[in-house]
Design a binder for this molecule. Structure first.
Ligand code: 3H9
Length: 708
């Protein structure tokens, strides 16, 4: 038998243990091992029933995702694949009890559903998350799940990909018993009880498959929801088709249809991109020059300076993770305002069912408002979130240097400022780091972690680890202007404004990028964030602009008219009292007038040009960042854009998207734009190099790290 699967005995009960750490994925050898064990169990007359269990921290977390690349290249699954194994289990004449803990996901749940019974520990999660990888279940999940859980729940689980917990799974009929205490002992006991019962095959349990009338309503609603909530994604619709097949066709035919849809999805660009994202989210946690076992600093208490929108949100994030936090403001009115905002945000979370009132009350108790630095000496980590100005930040850091204990991490939530200069105001730059949260901090998943020249390895490792604890995805970046995300966003927005100045409408630019999959168009984002923010920065840095190089002007002109965006009721759009955007013909007229004054010729602009100008501006800057070493890998940039800037996950991020288009094509287009628009479009040397060599960003590693 394969080393990955062990067969042991407890009296008349056989125990099959799947042992493929870390998550017992169904890698080559595992299905074969289970099959062999079932064969022996079937033959052995002394065995009355069997238990299948996962060794280590979990049951089976699904197919081995690394294997998908091989399948895409046309290779047959090693062994016979999963479907015959699941039939073999279901057809076994002795009851097979699946004993589940941790997670039973994807192929793991499919395996479990082929058993005759399922028992699970209370914290177990069960789900068909395949759509999150751009595929559909491929081993009968869409056919067996509706037979156990009913059509409505099965379609929701397969199309949305979210797991259910054991208690819900029990109510739904996916599992038969919850085992408190030792799982194996409980499962063996359960197996003894059912040993003499006739086996029941999930594939033959048709009672929950509903009527055509009921089902048509369910499928129509599911398709509607998928088009809205998973806009642009193909797998959720395919998953719904597959579950629908379960309700209309015999089991075997349903499985064939599922298999067809699985293969179609697996070969799509979307699944390639989403699998890149799956591994990317894990890869960004790996920092090549920091050993895995570097000591970290325990963070059991924290402090935040500044109770504005960002500071308040950061305090909530820390409290949500159970970390007590001091929240300091300069005056009582600002502190009260900050706390009121925190309470309001929590109340909204309770209203939306995200948190219970009890949870919120506990979290609020962890946030201690203060006007002084008293108590800061206890904090293991302080996050500064005051107004974005160097002088003020330096003043705060020199104060923190005086009051904080040795070994405390001093983090700045700056989004643009030089972290080394901030660190220079302390006597301990090795403990200073940038933590760039995204607004609203309690919602957005991204945390850009900025490594200063002197930031210590343990400080970086602790902050990366803390990001995970806070439910964030931490990405380490170097200390350059705007860091990675905002540095790239700048040329992206610049091009969107140029396009409007050259004759495109505001709506056309935004719609093109929205249809591409962005959460919002760039101009609508400007209105949301406030056009005045960039305007003020540009005014401050005007002296740095190179004479003769075109600068976007229409956004600034709107600001001069008091149109700052949503907060003033008008920006690129007008806004009603519910902040809904309304097209404003006045903006078009104004921009046409300003363009005429500036001598910018007007023309028809295609959606292709809008897309290429905006997206390749992003990519070209990303390439520079990569070659300069401010991001460790292209995937780090991708993860930043997916989690902080609304880039569609099914396109894999800007650099992955560029690889999908091809570096040669991107380079040619950038050169064309350079000929038309001048030096702002000078191709990044790395882009030129990859294009010449026919290589991908995904394979590039910077020679020097982000500390460069
Ligand atoms: C499927 O099943 C299709 C079917 O319908 C059958 C078709 C025939 N494969 O996340 P972690 C690695 S599709 C390969 O840090 P956690 C992961 O990369 C699959 N590798 O741990 C990481 O490696 P490294 C459906 C996998 O405790 C390490 O394991 N299933 C797989 O935070 C630890 O992972 C899913 O989509 C895999 N399936 O979370 C579930 N899973 O250390 C995907 C993990 O080198 N997995 N790895 O970076 C998860 O959601 C989480 O890993 C899980 C544990 C919740 C299980």
């Amino acid at each position: 038998m394969s080393e990955l699967v062990q067969l042991t005995r407890d009296g008349g009960i056989a125990i099959v243990t799947i042992d493929n750490p870390p998550v017992n994925a169904l890698s080559p050898g595992v299905p074969e091992g289970i099959s062999e064990a079932i064969e022996q169990i079937a033959k052995d007359e002394t065995v009355k029933a069997a238990v299948v269990i996962g060794g280590g921290r979990t049951f089976v977390a699904g197919a081995d995702i690394k294997e998908f690349e091989r399948l895409r290249s046309g290779a047959r699954p090693r062994g016979d694949g999963m479907l015959p194994l699941l039939l073999q289990i279901e057809d076994c004449s002795k009851p097979i009890v699946m004993a589940i803990h941790g997670t039973a996901l994807g192929g793991g749940l499919e395996l479990a559903m082929a058993g005759h019974y399922r028992v699970a520990t209370p914290g177990t999660q069960l789900g068909q998350p395949e759509v999150k990888l751009g595929i559909v279940p491929g081993a009968g999940g869409t056919q067996r799940l509706p037979r156990l859980a009913g059509v409505a729940k099965a379609v929701e689980m397969c199309a949305e990909g979210n797991p259910v917990r054991a208690d819900e799974a029990f109510k739904l009929g996916i599992i038969d018993q919850i085992i408190e205490g030792d799982l194996l002992a409980g499962a063996v006991g359960f197996a003894r009880e059912v040993a003499d019962s006739p086996t029941r095959k999930t594939r033959e349990r048709n009672a929950k498959l509903g009527t055509p009338e009921q089902n048509s309503v369910i499928f129509a609603a599911a398709r509607d929801a998928a088009r809205k909530k998973q806009r642009g994604m193909t797998a959720p619709l395919a998953a719904i088709d597959a579950v629908e097949a379960a309700t209309k066709r015999p089991f075997e035919e349903g499985c064939r249809e599922e298999r067809r849809l699985f293969a179609e999805c697996l070969n799509s660009d979307q699944s390639k991109a989403l699998i890149h994202v799956f591994f990317g989210e894990r890869e960004v946690a790996k920092i090549p020059d920091i050993p895995k076992d570097v000591a970290t600093i325990p963070v059991t208490s924290a402090a935040v300076v500044g109770a504005g929108t960002m500071g308040g949100g950061i305090a909530m994030v820390l409290a949500n993770a159970g970390i007590p936090v001091l929240l300091k403001e300069a005056d009582q009115a600002a502190l009260d305002q900050g706390l009121a905002k925190i309470r309001k945000n929590y109340a909204t979370s309770v209203e939306r069912g995200r948190f219970t009132q009890g949870f919120v009350d506990e979290r609020l108790k962890l946030i201690e408002p203060t006007l002084r630095y008293d108590g800061f000496e206890r904090a293991d980590m302080v996050v500064e979130a005051v107004f974005e100005g160097m002088a003020l930040k330096k003043e705060v850091f020199s104060q923190l240097d005086r009051v904080c204990k040795a070994g405390a991490i001093l983090a700045s939530n700056t989004s643009t400022l030089n972290i080394d200069e901030i660190a220079s105001s302390t006597s301990r730059p090795e403990f200073v780091i940038g933590t760039h949260f995204f607004s609203p901090a309690n919602v957005m998943r991204l945390l850009e972690i900025v490594r200063g020249k002197k930031t210590g390895n343990e400080v970086i490792a602790t902050t990366m680890q803390l990001a995970k604890k806070l439910g964030k995805i931490g990405v380490l970046v170097g200390n350059c202007r705007g860091f990675v995300g905002n540095r790239m966003f700048h040329p992206y927005v610049r091009e969107s404004v140029f396009l409007v100045e050259e004759g495109a409408t505001v709506e056309a630019v935004d719609k093109t990028l929205y249809d591409f999959g962005m959460a919002m168009g760039p101009l609508a984002v400007g209105d949301l964030a406030g056009l005045d923010v960039g305007w003020r920065i540009r005014k401050e840095h005007r002296h740095l602009e190179k004479p003769g190089v075109r600068q976007p002007m229409a956004g600034d002109r709107l600001c001069e008219l008091g149109r700052y965006g949503q907060k003033t009721g008008a920006g690129w759009y007008k806004y009603d009292e519910k902040r809904r955007a309304i097209s404003d013909p006045e903006v078009t007229q104004l921009v046409r007038k300003w363009a005429a004054e500036a001598g910018i010729p007007q023309r028809q602009i295609s959606t292709d040009e809008i897309l290429d100008r905006c997206l390749f501006a992003l990519v070209n800057e990303g390439a520079r960042i990569l070659e300069e070493g401010y991001a460790l890998r292209a995937v780090d940039i991708d993860i930043i854009y997916l989690n902080g800037y609304g880039f569609p996950a099914y396109r894999g991020g800007p650099m992955w998207f560029a690889d999908t288009v091809g570096s040669g094509k991107v380079y040619d287009r950038v050169c064309e734009f350079e000929r038309q628009h001048g030096e702002l479009w000078r191709p990044a040397p790395l882009l030129a190099q990859l294009a010449k060599q026919g290589r991908r960003f995904a394979d590039f590693r910077a020679e020097h790290s982000v500390t460069a």
